[in-house]
Design a protein around this ligand. Structure first.
Ligand code: UD1
Ligand code: UDP
Length: 369
């Protein structure tokens, strides 16, 4: 029997980071031929991951445009994927997470009646606009999905609440943990180490979500800026997302503060190692919330909700939202109360044992052969 052809479709940085372990596991399995398709919803930030892990896509839809709208991304993926799916006719399609690429690629596969495996299925806030548009992207994707690769028992339960077929849900762990095994090392040095005082307490900051752009982002940045100005031992490293809205807000808030280092997006190896050496992480990112418990780093989550309650339960994540006073209060608590800090830093990783990709490939092997 010939090899089964699995099309792996993704388009943004976090999808790439969490799909690389799956692609590598498919490449190793004699039963499969992976076909990597990138939509190019992100360009530089996606290419950074592909280059780091030596992944060469078979097809690249190259769709990114400046200030792209959700409609434009969706229409472009749908129309380009129709032809590609018809000509390549894979046995199955794999998508990841909750981006617009995820939903549009799943829908395109559904129209061709090709089964979809959803990696990182079942995350929910149950809030339609929070995060926007990701909550609805993942719910709609899970209406199409054939095989649900749920990272945790909690995400399995979410799928069961939606009456998804129990026999098609597999708890695998999160592939983000698989990836960490390939990135963090003792030998690493931060490329911009000489710009940071040797004993500085480093806050690693990222913020990019659509629902945070505008007033929430401004409030959070202003709270962080004030805190840094008041505490000379603190330095912030902020690899700024390439979204023009985020770039503008970051430069407006921090250009006059020499202890806030605005840098280009880091490759994931540098980012994980910097995270591992930071004092504290502040972020609205989804993926970073999954990585931090494994790195033993407390995270102040700059959002009002999270689809990753496991990290809150484990004690690593504190949901602080974007209110300036609340952010200041928590930063001060961390700085002044070592026990608050230690409790969060000691938490256990709830996202699996780093074998998620292998489990996903094993399921596909059983289901397709
Ligand atoms: C997207 C996802 C979000 C995910 C995030 C990860 C959607 C709707 N949003 O949000 O779920 O958390 O990726 O980062 O799917 N840009 C570049 N170069 C890049 C990447 C982006 O210039 O490599 C700029 C472009 O001007 C682009 C803009 O950023 O138009 C926004 O990118 P987009 O993918 O629409 O939104 P993100 O905020 O990145
Ligand atoms: N990341 C990276 N370089 C950076 C910032 C983040 O490689 O400069 C990684 C991070 O470790 C995580 C992923 O990118 O794996 C998170 O991506 P992002 O925050 O863009 O998206 P989200 O997870 O919110 O969807």
């Amino acid at each position: 029997m010939g090899k089964k052809r699995i099309m792996v479709i993704f388009g943004t940085r976090p999808e790439a980071i969490k799909m690389v372990p799956v692609i590598k596991a498919l490449e190793k399995a004699a039963e499969f031929e992976p076909i990597v398709v990138v939509t190019g919803q992100h360009r530089q930030m996606l290419d950074q991951v592909l280059e780091t892990f030596d992944v060469s896509p078979a097809f690249d839809l190259n769709l990114m445009s400046d200030q792209q709208t959700l409609t434009k991304i969706t229409v472009s993926v749908l129309s380009q994927m129709e032809q590609l799916l018809k000509t390549t006719n894979p046995d199955a399609v794999l998508v990841h997470g909750d981006t617009t690429t995820t939903l549009a690629a799943s829908l395109a596969a559904f129209y061709q009646q090709i089964p979809v495996g959803h990696v990182e299925a079942g995350l929910r806030t149950w809030q339609k606009y929070d995060p926007f548009p990701e909550e609805i992207n993942r719910q709609l994707t899970d209406a199409i999905t054939q095989w649900y690769f749920a990272p945790t028992e909690r995400s399995r339960q979410n799928l069961l609440k939606e009456h998804r077929d129990e026999s098609r849900i597999y708890v695998t762990g999160n592939t983000a943990i698989d990836m960490l095994a390939h990135t963090v090392s003792d030998q690493w040095q931060l490329p911009m180490q000489n710009q940071i005082a040797p004993n500085a307490k480093i806050i690693l900051l990222t913020m990019h979500r659509r629902e945070n752009q505008g007033a929430p982002m401004k409030a959070a940045f202003s709270a962080i800026n004030d805190f840094v100005l008041e505490h000379p031992e603190i330095e912030v490293v902020f690899p700024v997302h390439l979204s023009p809205n985020v770039q503008k807000a970051a430069h407006q808030a921090f250009d006059d503060n020499e202890r806030v280092h605005l840098i280009a997006p880091l490759n994931v190896i540098d980012f994980h190692n910097l995270a591992a050496r930071s004092w504290l992480i502040m972020t609205d990112s989804g993926g970073i919330q999954e990585e931090a418990p494994s790195l033993g780093k407390p995270v102040l989550v700059l959002r009002d909700t999270t689809e990753r309650p496991e990290g809150v339960q484990a004690g690593t994540l504190k949901l602080v939202g974007t209110d300036a006073k609340t952010i200041q209060k928590w930063l001060t608590a961390f700085l002044n109360d070592q026990t608050v800090y230690e409790q969060m830093a000691r938490a256990q990783n709830p996202y699996g044992d780093g074998q998620a990709a292998k489990r996903i490939v094993d399921v596909l092997c059983r289901e397709l052969n």
